[in-house]
Every structure is written in structure tokens, then in C-alpha cells.
Design a protein around this ligand. Structure first.
Ligand code: SF4
Ligand code: SF4
Ligand code: SF4
Length: 302
């Protein structure tokens, strides 16, 4: 019979194993937050864009502006982005979460079924110019609103189709254009991380132009980087190397993947000096956003 007092104590975990455990915990927290928002606030992005539509249409028609619920939502999203970066895009927006899920599934199938070592991703010289297309989309939509012609696009919004599907309502025949666009977007999502966010999203265009308070910006120390290491850039869904691609900072969707993969712990936010555990800071932001969302009427269960 074994004497428990003579058993060898368990080996302490290595630094690498501890880091992996922390990373896994943080990723699980991130997935949980995305799921909660996907279920409770699937139409938040469409409501925010309705604020832009309302403002542009009213300005174009020379009407006086009023603070309706769409405008309050837009203001709330912009204020949150100014304070905490694009947390909304990284964790709250259901369309962003759909993009992550579709690309994750596609990468898994490419690896397991087609035995590809690396999943499909557009080359730099293709996706950098494509990132500008979303500003054209935004400009066209704003112009149509200002001219009072937005109704020309009725039935063509993939967002509206998606919002209906998340509410378990099958879109009617009038939405055929939106359905086709949504299918094409999902195919794009399978070929490139954050396809819609990077290239087409008008709200993403607005968010990318927003200033972010310095204490919430993702920054990096590159002086002690491992030679030849590009892990942060290769794992970033929008191809940024934090701290170096200054002009691309607005593209950062605040997903924090670069922090997970950096072997030297070089990437951080200044807020991490105050809140040591990154997952705690994520949860706090999620709670704050949830409270704001409830206040703005974004929660479908209230
Ligand atoms: S860029 Fe657009 S679609 Fe993507 S997460 Fe942000 S608001 Fe949502
Ligand atoms: S990986 Fe880092 S730099 Fe890239 S979007 Fe996510 S937080 Fe931003
Ligand atoms: S992952 Fe870390 S060590 Fe590697 S290049 Fe990026 S910041 Fe440097």
C-alpha cells in the first residue's frame, strides 16, 4: 500500500506551461464574452449605423436633429471606443464574432481536411489597399443618406439579413440582394480573417478614424524582440505589428491576440500596469459595456 506522505510532490509548472495556462484562461474568457454579447446584443452594430444614417439623412434634408435612441447608441459606441479602443469590434459586435468563427472553422478544415500547413490569407500587397475600400463604402452610404436616396438600398443590407437571422426570422423575398451579399461576405470571411471588418464595414471605417486614449492603446517594446520573430504580426487578424505600424493603429480591433502569442511579453496596454491580470480588465470592460448597452436599450432580453 502506498504511503501518501512518501509520494513525490508534483513538479512545479514551468514558466512556459504557466504562460500557456494564463493564455488559455484569457482566451476562454474572451470566447465567453463574445458569446454573451452575440446572444444578448446581436443587432448593436446595425443600431449604431442607424445613428449615422439618421444624422446624414436629417442633415441632407435640412431637418433639425434630435437625440433619438439610434444617435444615443452611436454616441455610446464612439465614446466607448475613445476610452477603451475598439473593444466593441474585438468582443461585442456579432458580425465580427461571426467573422472570427467562420475563419476559425475554415482554418481548421484547411488544416485537417486539406492538410495545409498555413490557412489561406491574402498577401500584404492585396489586403493593404483593400483596407481602404471601407472608406469608399462609408462615403457612398453617407452620400446616399444625405441625398435622401438610401431607400434605393432597401433589401440589400447584409446586416439587416443577419440581424433577422439572429432573431430567428427568415428574411422575406425582398431581401434577396442582402442574402446574396451575406453569402459572399461569409465566403470572404472563410478566406481572410476579419474580411468584412477590414475591407467593407462602414462602422469599422468610422471606428478606425477615432482617436483612442493613450492608456488604452496597444503598444509594444521591440528592442528585446527575438530575432526574426513576427509572431504578433502573423497572428494579428488585420496584419499589424503593434508599435511599428503607427499609421495602421486605427485598424486594431483590440482582440489582444498579439499579447497572447508574444514570447517575450513585449505587448501590453498601459492599463495593465494598474490591472495586472489581462482577463480581469477584459471582464471589467465587458461589464461596463453591458451596463451601457442595457441603458441604451441594446439588450434584446429587456
Ligand atoms: S468592423 Fe464592423 S463588423 Fe467588424 S466588428 Fe467592427 S462594427 Fe462589427
Ligand atoms: S492582434 Fe493586437 S494589434 Fe492586431 S488587432 Fe488584435 S490587439 Fe490589435
Ligand atoms: S511577438 Fe513579441 S517578440 Fe515577436 S516580434 Fe512581436 S513583439 Fe517582438
Amino acid at each position: 500500500m502506498n504511503d501518501s506522505s512518501s509520494q513525490t510532490p508534483p513538479k512545479p509548472l514551468s514558466a512556459a506551461a504557466l504562460k500557456e495556462r494564463k493564455t488559455r484562461r484569457k482566451m476562454l474568457v474572451g470566447v465567453g464574452i463574445r458569446l454573451v454579447f452575440f446572444v444578448t446584443m446581436p443587432a448593436a452594430f446595425a443600431t449604431g449605423f442607424s445613428g449615422i444614417k439618421y444624422l446624414m439623412t436629417a442633415i441632407g434634408a435640412g431637418e433639425s436633429l434630435s437625440m433619438n435612441s439610434f444617435v444615443w447608441t452611436l454616441m455610446g459606441l464612439l465614446a466607448f471606443t475613445f476610452l477603451f479602443g475598439r473593444f466593441f469590434c474585438g468582443y461585442v459586435c456579432a458580425f465580427g464574432t461571426l467573422g472570427d468563427a467562420v475563419y476559425g472553422l475554415s482554418a481548421w478544415i484547411q488544416k485537417k481536411v486539406f492538410h495545409r500547413k498555413k490557412p489561406l490569407v491574402f498577401p500584404d500587397k492585396v489586403y493593404r489597399p483593400l483596407q481602404k475600400v471601407k472608406y469608399v463604402v462609408l462615403a457612398v452610404l453617407v452620400l446616399l443618406c444625405a441625398l435622401g436616396s438610401y431607400s434605393l438600398l432597401t433589401g440589400w443590407s447584409p446586416w439587416n439579413v443577419f440581424s433577422r437571422l439572429t432573431a430567428f426570422q427568415w428574411p422575406s423575398a425582398g431581401y434577396i440582394g442582402g442574402i446574396v451579399l451575406l453569402v459572399l461576405i461569409v465566403i470572404g470571411m472563410a478566406c481572410q480573417p476579419r474580411f468584412f471588418c477590414q475591407f467593407l464595414c462602414p462602422m469599422g471605417a468610422v471606428f478606425s478614424l477615432m482617436p483612442v486614449l493613450p492608456f488604452s492603446a496597444v503598444t509594444s517594446r521591440s528592442e528585446n524582440c527575438l530575432k526574426g520573430c513576427q509572431a504578433c504580426r502573423k497572428n494579428c487578424p488585420v496584419g499589424i505589428k503593434p508599435g511599428e505600424d503607427k499609421f495602421l493603429d486605427g485598424e486594431c480591433v483590440a482582440c489582444e491576440k498579439c499579447m497572447h502569442v508574444c514570447p517575450k511579453g513585449n505587448i501590453h496596454r498601459p492599463t495593465h500596469k494598474i490591472i495586472r491580470h489581462e482577463w480581469v480588465s477584459l471582464v471589467l470592460k465587458a461589464v461596463l459595456f453591458f451596463v451601457m448597452g442595457v441603458f441604451l436599450g441594446l439588450c434584446r432580453f429587456l
